[in-house]
Write a protein that binds this ligand. Sequence first.
Ligand code: Q9C
Ligand code: ZN
Length: 813
Amino acid sequence: MGTALVYHEDMTAARLLWDDPECEIECPERLTTALESLQQRGLEQRCLRLAAREASEEELGLVHSPEYVAMLRGTQALGTRELQALSGQYDAIYFHPNTFHCARLAAGAALQLVDAVLTGAVHNGLALVRPPGHHSQRAAANGFCVFNNVAIAAKHAKQKHGLHRILIVDWDIHHGQGIQYIFEDDPSVLYFSWHRYEHGRFWPCLRESDADAVGQGQGRGFTVNLPWNQVGMGNADYVAAFLHVLLPLAFEFDPELVLVAAGFDSAVGDPEGQMQATPECFAHLTQLLQVLAGGRVCAVLEGGYHLESLSQSVCMMVQALLGDPVPPLSGCMEPHRSALESIQSVRAAQAPHWMSLQEQGHCGLGWEVGSHLGLPVSGSNSEPPLDVAPVLSPSTGSPEGRLSPLLPGGPEFKAAAAQAVAALSSLLDQLRLHPTPSVRTAVALTALDAALLLPPDVLHQEGSAPQEETQVWARPHEALAQDKALTALGKVLYLLDGILDGQVSSGIAATPAPAAAATLDVAIRCGLSHGAQRLLCVAVGQLDRPLDLADDGRNLWLNIRGKEAAALSMFHVSMPLPETTGGFLSCVLALVLPLAYGFQPDLVLVALGPAHGLQNPQAALLAALLRGPAGGRVLVLVEEESTPQLAGVLVRVLRGEAPPSLGPFSRASPEDMQALEHLRGQLGPQWKMLQVAGEATGQGSGWMLGALGTSCFRALRGDCPLGSGVLPGTAHGSARGPSTSSQLLLQCCDLGAWRRPGWKSLHPGTDTTTWPPGPVNRHRHGSPAAVSRPALRPLGAPAALRGRPALPPTPRQ
Ligand code: Q9C
Ligand code: ZN
């Protein structure tokens, strides 16, 4: 079981035979370059390689008319002139004598991939194909697409494998109108597409690409369009779209299979998309999809025209499919205002069709927070949409609004973007900033692991931290006085060190229940003093935040337990554990993950403490999703008294397997939604990833306004595309010296120039060197000699860090 890679060299045999600037970007090198990159990184060799087969004419008939298929069969015998004339009958299409063969291979590759996944030969896979498919229609080629590969695969999955619910995620930057038309009245296929739209001005300039197109008849609510009305959307926008739109619906839909129309023209550098999402974003999007449908994810290549950006993104996706930990997301995690407006409009349009979108944002309950304070309340269905620019009719497609040269789209931007992608590429390739740790998952479960059948690649950790060190950490805690607790702590500390050193990606450790809180306390302090810049702690159950832990922004404490919702500070949040699956999902998607992705931790601690109340599938889902934000660095602490079943499912998700299903969807209770809405109102102004609307919602009800705005938070972390805490021997704030890695860090921070053209504050020497403040030991990574042992200072951060004022906010634009 593993990941399939479906390909056939023949798919490079069709190409443009005449001069056509619009079509020349769809070239054979798209496939050869992507494949070479996969080989160079050793990813291709780890996949099950399948040679693509041709789809039969009967299979093509699942979607296309016999006449259309016959017409294409005929193109094999045509000369160049005739091919050019025929191509002219379609929009953005070229035919080649080999087109029919290639297009049949492309559709066949998608079918083969679906068969491999649904027969259980592999968990997931990618079909590297051309021509692409998502624009193609029953009897029309369109936008480089001949046969609709993904739509054919979906029909086949229904017909040949008897599936009832298929999710299609189309992250290509163009609207896959072909897929939309084919399934618009079919409730068994949920089609999600985001696309560059610009209020209807961007190709294919269709009215039905807007958010209010939701499907027809029985299929109403099963077409989900998220139009981007500005270029320059990036990692934060894409992740927000998944957390606040796609995933809530997808969980409620509960697909049996996920098909990805995997176009990478939505990545940075692409001439069509003009967006800014970096390649690793696609690894995160993939990981987010892998928690659905038991991990049965089949990706089929669509667009992607910047060869380097395309190859990088494909590699990132395959890395995620293989279950490897993926690099953390870089850059500012603050969605654009225009993106939030789009998210708001699609949520409003879909709310009548989905329980998971009701009672949230649009319903009365949440308003109480702001409204009782006399604040304006937004998000009402009755309010006019925020994007009010008129939509052009399909026939009046205007030129795609050329922008000034300094903005994305201009030649300078393109050059900078290309340069940036190249720089990013060489950094990743040569320096191996995110090497895959030799051990993916380690287990220190003492009593529990005897009962566990561990997969062969999971390390059974024997080691413990030195006894004296463990004792020093334990000394302040009565609960750690007992031998049993001390032994467990030694193992936790050893595992934590392995993770912070990069030898181990993730791990799970057990501690006696009475020592759970104290062990967590030590783990947090130890993590912070051993090199974690930012540590996210998700504590489930009766665990209190350590009293004297500095509220300095280096740790974010999130407690999920049976108490009221409260945000005691921006970094100290508690939330009741919802009782329904819908409530739990909202808690995770609308609160935990936005905070986690916004915080950009380099280590996540998940503690399942006394009375945590999580069912095994819930715990597994939480752990699986929390692999994303910190590049796979997750340490899960469970009680020794836990069942082997819980430990087992946690080990499996940490090593990259899909979590089990949560069971049938049940609507969140009004109380749970109210609690979430309350927290969103309080924290939204600071944690922009929580927001689901383009205008301020209850801004005035947030505390600490101005003092600790999120914009300051993004300033703290700078905008280095490679994140922080990942360079051996260096980190933000220490990037001043002449060492090679510091210089490279500066070089990579220079890429800020293409992320936000003209934004001065992104340049090195300004905000990137101000975090973390004060003399923290940031040199955990590197030679063992550089590691300061806790014996010197076992109790938390240096005094200099406590109560430090936050930096002044830096507005986004
Ligand atoms: N002048 C895919 O990415 N460009 N197709 C039209 C109008 C066509 C893209 C520009 C882009 C087709 C699969
Ligand atoms: Zn595209």
